[in-house]
Design a protein around this ligand. Sequence first.
Ligand code: PLP
Length: 383
Amino acid sequence: MSHRAYLDWNATAPLLPAAREAVLAALDLVGNPSSVHAEGRAARAKMEQARADVAALVGGEAENTVFTSGATEAANALFSAGLSGCCGKDIACSLVPMVSAIEHAAVIASAGRDARVIPVDAKGVINAAALTAILAEAGPALVAAQLANNETGVVQDIPVLADIVHAAGGALIVDAVQAPGRIAVDISALRADALILSSHKFGGPKGVGAIVFPDSRTRLARTFIAGGGQERGQRGGTENLPGIAGMGAAAQAVLSAQDVPRKMSQLRDEFESRLNRLAPEARILSEGAPRLPNTSCFAIPGLTAEKALIAFDLDGVAVSSGSACSSGKVKASHVLAAMEQPDWVRTGAIRVSIGPTTTEEELERCLSSLERQLSRRAKMDAA
Ligand code: PLP
């Protein structure tokens, strides 16, 4: 067994060997992708191959894919520049910004303080009837709804939400960051007007992401980063070729590893049944709703996430509380608040998220640590 059990794949996934190789090879490409000479053309060819691979990951086309520095930038671009060309018209910033209550902080912050918020139920499923009602009152909106939640793994019925948004004359942004390698993503089937991806969540390098549009008419309504006209004039600046090449290689690897989700869901289900035997009072968040196969978010009465994370870490197990916070501190989760979970769940939620190379032994190590923590607590309670 290795020294550590890394069970925090929703925060970031380890770099895939193929992505590492692609990054290193691209570092040696001397040309600027915008240059017309042979060196420039070689760099451009590498970038366009990666663009095709990233687009293919979500059933899209290379020409409709824009590289960014990550999902956070993608969300900022979409809400600040707006969209044009979708639904056959030039709808842009005049649309009312709207987000589900469980969007990632990057999306909520991008939508701005005035964004309307769509509630979710206790399992974290977006309330479609509430969306219809809010749209009827607010008018056409630029709505962000995530495909899968980073904390609980709950998966939304995006096509249904897209139909509601479109019927009200709006457009739908889908944050699909947590989906690749876990569930299939097809931009046409989702009926999304823009889809957001982040390389480091599926084995590519950090600091690179993409927006995929469903067709060549749909694009940012105006330039998001002014510069040399790169990325079809939408995002200027010499492209991050090593990052983009790594993201492309990771996308290719994910598409060729079709049996991984089934393997992960077996491991996750086994983990949860053993968790239930160890602590029958545990609450598993979003249980019974459609969920990613790799995510288990649970709380046990009397166990606080802040203390548990330290104990897990000392036992060589990397897990997370509901949401990772940039300051490194455990922060109350807006997702669990939106799900109207009681205090003991909000302060106690622990997220175990696994990946293609996770082993039974790693999950065993996590459960043994938990068992020790529970017995220490029982001894303290008895003292
Ligand atoms: N959306 C979701 C669902 C995420 O989990 C994350 C990453 O934490 C982001 C957006 C932001 O992605 P990035 O790290 O590429 O900015």
